[in-house]
Design a protein around this ligand. Structure first.
Ligand code: HEM
Length: 189
């Protein structure tokens, strides 16, 4: 990466600093159980790869970073969350987009922005079920039994330090809007 956020001639703007492999072992997951709340300390590896730009309708140009997030439970060293998708940046509007897919048959595209602060670059994105702009798509089983209704992610990128906190609201086990929370702090390898 150069000082102007350019990699191989493409400007990735606020996303440029993500590129690389990151590890963090201070993760905490709050997940639903039928009669309880599950707390899962975790460690993870996230890789971000600059893959170039795309042009949509001969007008919109997005700089694209592909990521993969592999999350392992500390208690048994088993992978318990596998997620992939893209970070996208539209230089013309400043809009940041985030897609995710998880192998529970849930996917979404969240939108937001990135703002500089004294703590680093703060990237915020959100999506909601039924939102015409930034939406959530899930299988019929998940819609009926474990529906994801709202998602938000805030990430702070400061040099080789990356911290995130995310919230996914779930309608599950007869509960409405269970707050499924994940947070971690990572360091670039
Ligand atoms: C670091 C990220 C995440 C971790 C570690 C994680 C972990 C978990 C765990 C432990 C459960 C409880 C069920 C089980 O033991 O498998 C769960 C449930 C669930 N998670 Fe996540 N999750 C993460 C992110 C997400 C995201 C981003 C979404 C969707 C946007 C999501 C959607 C769901 C849904 C729909 C369920 C309910 C399924 C069920 O419990 O049967 N999760 N997650």
């Amino acid at each position: 990466m150069t000082d102007d956020n350019t990699i191989d001639g493409i400007n990735y703007g606020p996303l440029a600093g993500l590129v690389g492999t990151w590890e963090g072992n201070r993760g905490m997951d709050i997940a639903p159980e039928p009669d309880a709340v599950e707390k899962n300390p975790y460690y993870e590896t996230i890789t971000f790869e600059a893959i170039g730009d795309v042009t949509n309708a001969e007008k919109q140009v997005l700089a694209v970073i592909r990521y993969q997030q592999i999350v392992t439970r500390k208690s048994n060293d088993q992978v318990f969350h596998d997620q992939t998708g893209y970070w996208m940046w539209d230089a013309d509007t400043g809009v940041v987009m985030y897609s995710l897919s998880i192998p529970r048959a849930v996917t979404l595209i969240a939108g937001g922005d990135a703002t500089p602060s004294d703590k680093g670059i703060i990237i915020k994105v959100a999506a909601a079920l039924g939102d015409p702009d930034w939406g959530i798509v899930q299988s019929p089983f998940m819609r009926d039994s474990a529906s994801s209704t709202k998602f938000s992610l805030e990430m702070t990128l400061n040099g080789d330090q990356l911290a995130y906190a995310q919230s996914t609201l779930l309608d599950i086990y007869g509960q409405s809007s269970f707050d499924h929370i994940d947070r971690n702090k990572l360091t670039r390898c």
